[in-house]
Design a protein around this ligand. Structure first.
Ligand code: M6R
Length: 319
């Protein structure tokens, strides 16, 4: 019944919600507000019994996300949680708990939990769109195809590990790296930057590609790797113009795209990772795994502990 949804989470789980926002808006007709749990918690948001909130968490114990969920319930709002640990507080307390079924995630950096969260969110957009009679038959067929194709697409990315390893060689001696993308690819850029900084300790920032000229472009020089997440989707030509802006300033561009995208931008990009053809449903899975590989191989090259990075806990149960 809600046509407005607050999606609340932290870290990688927040970026899963951000990557899924276009699905929920386009295919389920739900306006999505996205909030960092540690901020949402302290906003003076008026109670809205017509609004629902969705919490995304691997552990289901993240203090800020859990506190937000409890506060929403106290206001009489409906809550749902996408959670990986079925025995967690969030799974037990949400009005509706959606399991991600990724199995125990051992490494501190969230990887399979992220792609499993995306899968749960895609299923949610599909189900809500159908229930609200918003999803047109043609899109329903595309969803069914996407659900079937994602495992094979991910395997295809696993076969391209070598290209990601080559990118790691480009990044490993840099002090800093920039990740760019638009729409869902902006969420992927943020996630790629988070993964890189978590496990390799290289400073990295993700930006909406359209924000480049509002400040970040000042950082571009020949030592700055700029990783561009650019499947050939509706925003490709706009991202391509950002690639040209970076190239004109000597930035070291690493383009992640499909064959057609890489061919189109070949003259600007010394480094490319050619990924399988995707659409708006399958792209986040494909690009997420490639970005995870880039962070992983950079960390391996630098000799950091990819499973237990310094200063991080698997589950953040304190504020
Ligand atoms: O358990 P949660 O999904 O609620 O955890 C949220 C973040 O702490 C978590 O995603 C963190 O950002 C990871 N270390 C990312 O790899």
């Amino acid at each position: 019944a809600c046509s407005r949804l607050s999606v609340v989470a932290c870290g990688t789980s927040l970026y899963a919600g951000m990557a899924a926002r276009p699905w929920l808006e386009k295919y389920a007709g739900i306006a999505v507000d996205l909030d960092v749990a540690s901020e949402f918690r302290y906003r003076n948001r008026p109670a809205d019994r017509c609004a629902g909130s969705l919490y995304i968490s691997q552990s289901g114990e993240t203090a800020d996300s859990l506190a937000c969920m409890r506060a929403a319930k106290e206001k009489g709002e409906k809550t749902a949680a996408i959670v990986n640990v079925p025995t967690s507080a969030m799974a037990g307390e949400a009005d509706v708990a959606i399991p991600t079924l990724a199995g125990p995630e051992i490494g501190v950096a969230s990887t399979k939990a992220f792609t499993a969260q995306l899968a749960a969110l895609m299923r949610l957009a599909h189900t809500v769109g159908k229930t609200r009679s918003i999803l047109v038959p043609q899109d329903e067929t595309r969803f069914e195809a996407a659900f079937r194709m994602v495992p094979a697409l991910i395997e295809d990315v696993l076969d391209r590990e070598g290209s990601c390893e080559a990118v790691a060689k480009v990044i490993k001696n840099s002090k800093s790296a920039i990740f760019l993308g638009r729409g869902a690819n902006h969420a992927l850029a943020l996630e790629g930057a988070l993964k890189l900084k978590e496990i390799s300790y290289i400073h990295a920032e993700g930006f909406a590609a359209g924000e480049l000229k509002h400040g970040p472009i000042a950082l571009i020089d020949e030592d700055m790797p700029v990783i561009v997440v650019a499947p050939r989707d509706g925003s490709f030509t706009k991202t391509a113009s950002n690639v040209e802006e970076v190239a004109a300033r000597g930035g070291k561009i690493v383009l992640l795209s499909d064959q057609g995208g890489c061919d189109a931008l070949a003259k600007h990009c010394r480094h490319q990772v050619v990924l399988p053809e995707t659409d708006d449903l399958t792209a986040p899975f494909v690009y997420a795994v490639a970005l995870q590989f880039i962070a992983y191989h950079t960390a391996l090259a630098l000799g950091t502990d990819v499973d237990r990075p310094r200063n991080l806990a698997k589950s953040v149960t304190v504020e």
